[in-house]
Design a protein around this ligand. Structure first.
Ligand SMILES: Nc1ncnc2c1ncn2[C@@H]1O[C@H](COP(=O)(O)OP(=O)(O)O)[C@@H](O)[C@H]1O
Ligand SMILES: [Mg+2]
Length: 250
């Protein structure tokens, strides 16, 4: 069984038919890269996986998305629980205007954890998990804004992981970062896939090649090709995929 299964998904912003008949499934503990030119629907698709698009008026979806065997758009889905299980990290690091500690503790508190020791332990473990501990252990009470962009992004990943999701969505998580911070995040993604199923949107072909197991190429709202990353980058079956990955458009 797949961890995530999308079946014939269509999505509309008003009259704009942004996704066309997308069927795409992902296995547990893998990294899937979504690539394609700007405006082709990558973020829209990603946001469907934790029902973030529900927050946008005038939208409509057809088809189904099944996570862990349950239709997440079904009547019985609890959206809060879904979003706990499916964490998200954005392009621009967006820590809360709080201390480093509180950024990670926040989600725990919101989820009703009140035990001080438990909160402390989970904050520390999670900051360690994103390989940030050595850099922040002496300034947990300082504002998160004092961190560099790359550190802030790792903190945001920690914030997402603290509430124990099983899926992590990342929308161009390194596009605002310098090369060293980028490679730290890429190493982290590689580590994290032992425990999480990761879907990452990226504009960077090298990054897709380095971090992902499978790659989906979107073009104008359609899924053009989906295969092992190695195949997509060495022997794509479709001409449009080849043109895109070799930089002929996009
Ligand atoms: N919040 C929104 N409201 C209306 N249209 C949107 C919104 N977000 C995206 N779109 C439209 O949906 C299409 C796909 O956009 P998007 O998913 O952001 O593409 P990508 O992430 O691949 O750049 C585009 O035509 C875009 O203009
Ligand atoms: Mg996008």
């Amino acid at each position: 069984m797949h961890k995530i299964e999308s079946n014939n998904v269509n999505f509309y912003y008003g009259e704009n038919h942004a996704l066309r008949d997308i069927s795409l499934s992902m296995k547990e503990n893998t990294v899937t890269a979504l690539i394609g030119p700007s405006g082709c629907g990558k973020s829209t698709y990603l946001r469907l996986l934790n029902r973030m698009n529900d927050l946008i008026d005038g939208t409509k979806m057809t088809g189904s998305i099944v996570i862990d065997g349950t239709d997440i758009y079904g009547k019985n889905t609890n959206v809060d629980n879904l979003r706990k299980n499916v964490g998200m990290v954005f392009q621009k690091p967006n820590p809360f205007p709080k201390t480093i500690f509180e950024n990670v503790a926040y989600g725990l508190r919101v989820n009703g954890i009140t035990d001080k020791n438990e909160i402390e332990e989970r904050v520390v473990t999670t900051i360690e998990q994103v390989a940030l501990w050595d850099e922040v252990k002496d300034k947990l009470k300082k504002s998160a804004f004092e961190l560099s962009g790359g550190q802030q992004q790792r903190l945001c990943i920690a914030r997402a992981l603290a509430i124990k999701p099983s899926i992590l969505l990342m929308d161009e998580p390194t596009s605002a970062l310098d090369p060293i911070s980028t490679s730290k995040i890429e190493e982290l993604i590689y580590e994290l896939k032992n425990k999480y199923t990761i879907v990452i949107v990226t504009h960077n072909m090298q990054q897709a090649g380095r971090v992902s197991d499978t790659t989906a190429f979107f073009y104008m709202g359609e899924l053009i090709e989906y295969d092992k990353t190695k195949t997509i980058f060495t022997k794509p079956a479709i001409k449009q995929t080849e043109d895109y990955i070799t930089g002929r458009f996009g």
